[in-house]
Design a protein around this ligand. Structure first.
Ligand SMILES: [Zn+2]
Length: 557
């Protein structure tokens, strides 16, 4: 992209005082910063208008034409100015402590992460889990984890002060691990009471909803009734129950019915996480799915969904196997793969899943341990041919060698369906991503490119090139829509008094550069990102200033 020159008109700016105090000129309070002449999209879906935006402290202090000079001035003529992007479904969670620069996220213009998705949140942890987590973070990243539950995580974020803001849901899988353990059985009355109490505590501490990841253990060990009971804690708060549903392919329609049933019975809003009809043989279900959602909304259920702008999903290799045969932990699962009593069932299920996707090359390995690092970044079919192995035998070998922990990407969605989901008015756009950087320990795996490219890809590829929706609508889906859904006051809009989370980008050049083969690449066309009034990206580079903090929901129990 064309490099833009920023005009700094004052000494304070030249000295780089990102926290310049309010100064009083001629008896009037002068703004700390004025962004001059950008095409301002306020986040509500209104088309852009050329205006100035003034920032004082951590808030937007004025929006209008010809605003008086600020202590610092930045000329953003020719750029779009939007509220900082809110990623409604992420797994940044604990990994935010690995690297508070959160490089791959802030450089996309993301200023607020909604974590705790797919049933997994940072706690609540049992004493043993807490110690294990603390040791892992100490050893690997040299950081001290000093909290034990999701509300404590929010306080931890305030102390860490990362580049981005963070809010979190509470995962039913985490609640279940805490109260029941990783076992496939119904929770007892007493255990359910513990889960509800932990959820209540988390919500009182600022968490913004409940999540589940029903294709994963132990989240998926929860029955529909247990989920209703748990979700009912949210009643009256307006916070959603967000679900990575029990199934996303052959039984996806039933899974949607289950989610809606939970929402209706518990009396809470619902959100379908990373919606898709996975696998070639299920693509026809797409219009049926949209019909179900629209019908549910028409009949009074507050239902929404989120979707990421890619035709491939990201999960673990164990995802090729049924949840019910993954209970009891990794060792038990690996045992079942070898046990003649269960081996055949597991193999049949895996092969059927592959058939539904297309072929073995529909699966690409994204992470694996040292001994099988040759597999990282490669597709299963190609690898099997190359090594003269039967593909299923290769899967077993990879699982054994890595004790079940192998990251994968699955090419399972249709481009046409993805475009329709992105543009649908009930949908929001998410990355489903985590914290990565092209350096250090975070560069060691080959993650899904959505981690680096989601928002620039939405605005550059899908809006500019494919024209799937107007720019202002795409911006609404990643600003005010998620802020409203999670009841986050003062976020997701450009208006006087809201927090100064801002992103300036070039609508003509913004684009993702991360690919499935080379994911660790920053996007282009995003020269300026501000978080709580702190200039974090300037001239497309990190300033080293970090203004992020925990964002707590507005609802009270
Ligand atoms: Zn998920």
């Amino acid at each position: 992209m064309e490099r833009r020159t920023f005009v700094h008109t004052t000494a304070a700016a030249a000295a780089g005082l990102a926290f310049a105090p309010r100064s009083v000129v001629g008896g009037r309070t002068r703004a700390d910063l004025v962004l001059r002449g950008g095409m301002v999209f306020d986040g509500t879906g209104t088309p852009g208008r050329e205006m100035d935006v003034a920032v004082t402290g951590d808030r937007i202090s004025a929006v209008g034409s010809n605003l008086p000079a600020g202590a610092e001035e930045i000329d953003i003529r020719g750029l779009a100015l939007a509220p900082g992007f809110i990623d409604v479904h992420t797994h940044v969670d604990l990994p935010i402590f690995e690297n508070p620069n959160v490089e791959n996220r802030i450089r996309q213009g993301v200023t607020l992460e909604i974590g705790g998705n797919c049933g997994g949140s940072p706690g609540p942890w049992t004493e043993e889990e807490f110690q294990r987590t603390r040791e892992r973070y100490r050893d690997r990243y040299g950081v001290e984890i000093d909290f034990r539950d999701p509300a404590g995580f929010l306080s931890g974020i305030d102390r860490l002060r990362p580049t981005v803001n963070a809010a979190t849901l509470v995962g039913n899988g985490s609640l279940r691990t805490f109260a029941v353990g990783n076992v496939d059985r119904p929770a007892t009355e007493a255990e359910l009471a513990v889960m509800k109490e932990e959820l209540r505590k988390a919500i009182a501490g600022g968490c913004v909803g409940l999540s589940s990841g029903l294709e994963y253990a132990p989240s998926g060990f929860a029955s529909t009734d247990e989920l209703i009971e748990l979700a009912s804690v949210l009643k009256g708060t307006g916070y959603p129950y967000a679900s990575h549903m029990r199934n996303e392919d052959d039984r996806v329609l039933g899974a949607i019915e289950e989610l809606f049933h939970v929402g209706r019975m518990a009396g809470v809003p619902v959100e379908i996480s990373h919606l898709k009809a996975q696998g070639r043989r299920n693509h026809w279900k797409h219009p049926v799915i949209l019909g179900l959602i629209e019908e549910a909304v028409r009949t009074g259920l507050d239902a929404r969904f989120d979707v990421y702008p890619y035709v491939a999903y990201s999960t673990g290799l164990t995802n090729l196997f049924p949840t019910e045969l993954r209970s009891g932990g990794t060792q038990a699962f690996l045992q079942r793969l070898r046990d003649p009593a269960t081996a055949a069932t597991l193999e049949t299920h895996c092969r059927s899943k592959i058939e539904g996707l297309g072929d073995w090359n529909s699966i690409q390995i994204t992470s694996a341990g040292e001994s099988t690092s040759w597999a990282v970044g490669r597709r299963l079919g190609d690898l099997a041919t190359e090594r003269g192995m039967e593909p299923y035998a290769l899967v077993l070998m990879l699982l054994e060698a890595n004790r079940g922990s192998v990251g994968t990407i699955g090419y399972g969605m249709s481009e046409e369906n993805v475009e329709e989901l992105l543009a649908h008015p009930l949908g929001m756009v998410c990355s489903d991503g985590s914290n990565y950087a092209p350096y250090g320990p975070q560069a060691q795996s080959s993650p899904h490119p959505r981690n680096y490219g989601t928002f620039p890809r939405l605005l550059g590829h899908y809006v500019r090139a494919r024209k799937v929706m107007p720019l202002e609508e795409a911006i609404r889906k990643i600003t005010s829509a998620p802020a409203d859904r999670m009841r986050l006051e003062g976020r997701g809009r450009i208006a006087v008094g809201t927090f100064a989370d801002l992103v300036a980008f070039d609508p003509g050049t913004i684009i993702d550069r991360a690919t499935f083969e080379a994911p660790h690449q920053y996007p282009e066309g995003i020269p300026l990102v501000i978080v709580n009034g702190v200039i974090t990206i300037r001239e497309s580079d990190q300033t080293g200033q970090r203004g992020g903090r925990a964002v707590r929901g507005a609802a009270r129990l």
